[in-house]
Design a protein around this ligand. Structure first.
Ligand SMILES: [Fe+2]
Length: 247
């Protein structure tokens, strides 16, 4: 990666994370049950840079289909590590991690290299592509936090959110959001019940996800279950075999 490219990503992320907004973002995040949506936060220039990498990896999409639950395409962290340096730099950007940690109130860490969701692309490209309601359940010993970044949204699909489902003192609140380019969404994976509504004909929606954890340790049983779920539901069996060797 060239120095100029590193500066560009670093500067763009730093510019998009003004510290003056942290208190307001934090208030919204906690008021919404550990969920925050910031429309078009990231600049167009950064999204265009990420979209060039999307086109590089598009031939490597793994399509998946689980009847009545999900249909779509994914590109795993393993493949992005090979060919998407800007996405990786964004994922590992310490300024971003610091902001996310401040919002969550706990220090966040990168996921282990063998987690294919750590930094991944989700493609909704065929009619009916969707995902049903779910939590981004943490199989780690610590909590798991999700960032979703809208890269392309030429679609009528919506991110459907149900806030406060695990808070007996709050009424459930339903939200329906478009993830337009630059939109930045952040939540505690065990708290937000969410789905993506089905794509219509001739539509396309592409989202980058970044995942962070408070403790990257995982029990053997949870690792096995997580691997099976990822192979069937997201990245295919080949992804299990292509994972990078631990150093
Ligand atoms: Fe999810």
């Amino acid at each position: 990666m060239s120095q100029s490219m590193m500066n560009t990503i670093d500067q763009q992320v730093t510019d998009a994370m003004p510290k003056v907004n942290i208190d307001e973002w934090s208030r919204q995040y906690w008021e919404q049950g550990e969920f925050l949506a910031l429309e078009r936060l990231l600049p167009q220039s950064l999204i265009e840079q990420l979209m060039r990498e999307v086109e590089d990896v598009r031939p490597k999409i793994n399509r998946n289909f689980i009847p009545k639950h999900k249909k779509g395409g994914s590109v795993s962290y393993y493949l992005l590590q090979e060919s998407a340096p800007a996405m990786l730099e964004l994922y590992q950007h310490q300024g971003l991690i610091d902001v996310l940690s401040q919002l969550a109130g706990v220090p966040l860490l990168l996921c282990p290299d063998e987690d294919p969701h750590a930094c991944a692309l989700y493609f909704y490209t065929e009619p009916g592509d969707h995902i049903g309601y779910h939590y981004d359940t943490s199989y780690y010993k610590g909590a798991r936090y999700t960032v979703l970044i809208g890269l392309r949204d030429q679609s009528s699909s919506q991110l459907l959110c149900r806030l406060h489902t695990k808070d007996a003192d709050r009424e459930i609140q339903e939200l329906s959001l478009a993830t337009e380019p630059g939109t930045f969404i952040y939540f505690n994976g065990d708290k937000l019940h969410h789905a993506v509504s089905p794509l219509a004909e001739d539509e396309e929606r592409i989202v980058l996800t970044l995942q962070y954890v408070t403790d990257p340790a995982m029990s053997f049983t949870h690792r096995w279950f997580s691997n099976m779920k990822d192979a069937v539901g997201y990245f295919g069996w080949s992804a299990l075999l292509r994972r990078p060797n631990r150093k």
